[in-house]
Design a protein around this ligand. Structure first.
Ligand code: KG4
Ligand code: ZN
Length: 357
């Protein structure tokens, strides 16, 4: 039996401090040995959002014991690690710096290669952690910081088909939750309130619904929710607004995903088409079941990474480390933090006010 690489992955791009050890089996498929995630939700709750300075301080306090716990739980020893992979971007500079520096220090002390990882690449390849998925596949990444459709051609090769021109979908969920009086991060509570509400009660806008290909926009929707939230009087009104918001998002994703299917098929001729839905919002059960049905209608296999691999984690960072280790794609110890780092560098930057489609 040949010795399989053992990779330590470290993640600290936003408000989760995470470390993971992975290796691979005889078939060359990844095996997660440990996957430790420490969330800072409590640190930021009273501020209603992530405070970068506090997030960085919390990463500094936790990172060494998180990494130690990941090594202990893996049943392996630090000396056995073949390479260290840390998230280098995109994300908050002060947060990224913690995991990046820590990873470099471990690699340097152990005299092992260092690999700088794009966090989005981790999300994009995360379904490979538990399913034998072939390239190319279509990816919808919906998280607190990103909302995009990508055609995943290969490791390091991505074509962006659509992106948000303003807010990320998770951000829209969290802001709506805040307006409904739910504590940060309340995005996951919306679908629970929505179950008790009437989705037809409030008519909400669907920005760039009939134009802009599979690009997305949620800022106008958020403004509409803000206006309506000022008029609500009862608990039932709250449930109805949550239900109307949830329904509107489902309608937007239904339409835009159908467009993304066609765009994906224009650039890829594949018999077995696969659609991966990753990022924290992929935990939304109603969105999941709508997309599963849409996949069936369009002859796509739908794939959801398990919930603990949907949100931010270090197993996905270690996975990119593993793939790059096998290709001997290492980075120098002076590798910078890259706060804005697109997966498809040829795609133009669309986010921001005043963008016209
Ligand atoms: O991927 P993630 O864990 O972190 C990053 O943003 O990178 O995503 C977190 C986002 C938050 O905005 C959270 O409110 C949202 O995912 N989220 C949900 C649900 N669970 C988490 N949004 C809607 N429905 C859910 N069930
Ligand atoms: Zn993420």
């Amino acid at each position: 039996m040949s010795k399989k690489p053992l990779i330590l992955g470290i993640e600290s791009s936003c408000d989760e401090t995470a470390a993971s050890l992975i290796t691979e089996n005889e078939e060359g498929l990844p095996v997660i040995l440990s996957n430790i995630v420490s969330s800072q939700v409590e640190v930021h709750r009273e501020f209603g959002g992530v405070v970068p300075e506090l997030a960085a301080r919390s990463h500094i306090e936790k990172i060494d014991w998180i990494v130690k716990k990941a090594i202990d739980e893996s049943g392996r020893k630090i000396e056995e690690i073949d390479a260290v992979a840390s998230t280098a971007g995109p994300g908050l500079v002060v947060c990224l710096s913690v995991g990046l520096s820590f990873g470099k220090a471990v690699a340097s002390a152990m005299n092992k290669p260092f690999i700088a990882v794009n966090h989005l690449e981790g999300h994009a390849l995360s379904p490979k952690l538990n399913s034998n998925l072939n390239y190319p596949y279509l990816l919808l990444l919906i998280s607190g910081g990103h909302s995009q459709y990508l055609s995943v051609q290969n490791l390091g090769e991505y074509k962006r088909l659509g992106t948000t021109i303003d807010d990320a979908l998770g951000e829209a969920f969290d802001k709506t939750a805040k307006l409904l009086g739910i504590k940060f991060p309340g995005g996951s509570q919306i679908e629970i309130l929505a179950e008790k509400g009437d989705p037809q009660k409030y008519k909400l806008p669907k920005p760039i619904f009939s134009k802009g290909g599979c690009n997305l926009s949620f800022a106008g929707l958020k403004t509409a929710v803000l206006k309506i939230s000022k008029t609500i009087k009862s608990k039932q009104d709250k449930y109805d607004l949550a239900a109307s918001f949830q329904k509107t998002i489902e309608e937007i994703l239904y339409k835009k995903t159908k467009i993304a299917f066609r765009e994906f098929e224009k650039i890829n001729k594949v018999n077995e088409k696969a659609f991966v839905i990753a990022g924290g919002v992929a935990a939304n059960k109603k969105i999941r079941s709508m997309l599963v049905d849409l996949c069936k209608e369009n002859n796509y296999k739908s794939i959801f990474p398990p919930l603990d691999l949907c949100g931010d984690n270090a197993a996905m960072i270690a996975l990119i480390g593993l793939e790059k280790f096998k290709l001997k794609e290492f980075n120098n110890l002076d590798h910078p933090v890259i706060p804005r780092w697109a997966l498809d560098e040829s795609a133009y930057f669309l986010k921001g006010a005043g963008v016209k489609l």
